[in-house]
Design a protein around this ligand. Sequence first.
Ligand SMILES: Nc1ncnc2c1ncn2[C@@H]1O[C@H](COP(=O)(O)OP(=O)(O)OP(=O)(O)O)[C@@H](O)[C@H]1O
Ligand SMILES: [Mg+2]
Length: 395
Amino acid sequence: MDIAWGTDNNLYDDQFYNREEEIGFLKSILNTSQFGSTPTILLTGIRGVGKTALLKKLQREFIDDYLVIYADFSQSYAYQTDKLSPNAIMEFLYDRIIKSAHEQGLKTLGKKLEKYFKTNDFHIKEILNFQGISIPIPKSEENYHKLADFVMDLPQMIYDEYSEEIKGVFIFIDEFQTIKDLDNELNGFLWYFRSKVQEQKNVAYMFSGSMSLTDSLIQDIAGKKGAFGGRMLTYELKPFSKEITKNYLDEKAANLKFSDDAFERFYTCTKGIPTYINLFAKLLPQNHLINEEELKEEFKKDLPFLAIHFINIWSKLTFKEQKIIISLLDKPLKRVEIARELNVTSGSLSNSLNSLQNKALIQLNDSKYEIIDYIFRAWLKNEYASKGVYPFRSI
Ligand SMILES: Nc1ncnc2c1ncn2[C@@H]1O[C@H](COP(=O)(O)OP(=O)(O)OP(=O)(O)O)[C@@H](O)[C@H]1O
Ligand SMILES: [Mg+2]
């Protein structure tokens, strides 16, 4: 089987299926960068739809012509240790820029930087030795703005120095929603970031992350009144269509054989979301004709594997958050209705509702809260159906 694990997003080219239209579109837009007008793109899409895999694919496609920097904010030490700050973001971005530039062979960067440090009277914290090349690490604690300006200007400086070798610089920022951790510094950070992003003639930015499509962060960034003032292009990555799913399985998982009904059911169960398609396809029995009944049984059996990501998140929720989720299993509810179910005041739900939205577990749609992911919901329902109790506590 030529199918990637549902958790692997750095796919080999023969594992990466289709997305031709999407790639063509994004490529043509990003390619305008070589003429000095760079787009800013927000790539949205539900969890597991393939945003990260697409960013990495685009990175590979562009790497010969552009300097491409992929920065996954959730991988920063500061975020992992719950200490995200504007300063930490800049240091992380700096690190990603320098490393990418070196990986892509732009190796005389050290000198240019040193010159910049001197002329800007920048204190140097230490010199990092990266594959034999000295890279200064700016000392930033006492002057965030100096560091931020420096890091944000750096990609354009790199372009100016290497305009013979590269057509421009692309910065792909994944898991951008992590910046919500900045709390009351968030707004200022976004506006500053925007002003810098728009100053740069040859640097294009693409943001993405695991957020609900109704997430307020999307409005804060890309909305008319958001930091980018409607100048950001929002592009939604959609799940695979039924036909693409069919062709995908025929091509990459020829050992799976479905009756027509069973395939229909497979599509209903996975909703065309690549992460579920891949996980489920890997778990199904091969080389024998699967009928609809068997598929249903397999689906129930495999739910804990399909929902693994959510089970992790679920086990860390508070009891109150878990109860809110349970109240939404059957249908979307208004806030007052949830309060009634839980026998608490509506006001006391604010923190929990926010936290669940930030984790992209629920979203507000038409003034009702709903569970976003179908597999997550199916897993909880199935737990109850088979055990008679919801898994509030893990062992
Ligand atoms: N074009 C593709 N062809 C085949 N499989 C894919 C493709 N895109 C994604 N996948 C599969 O789907 C999984 C999820 O993709 P990915 O991690 O890119 O989703 P995501 O949208 O970034 O999710 P999240 O919101 O959780 O970050 C991958 O691990 C891979 O197995
Ligand atoms: Mg992702």
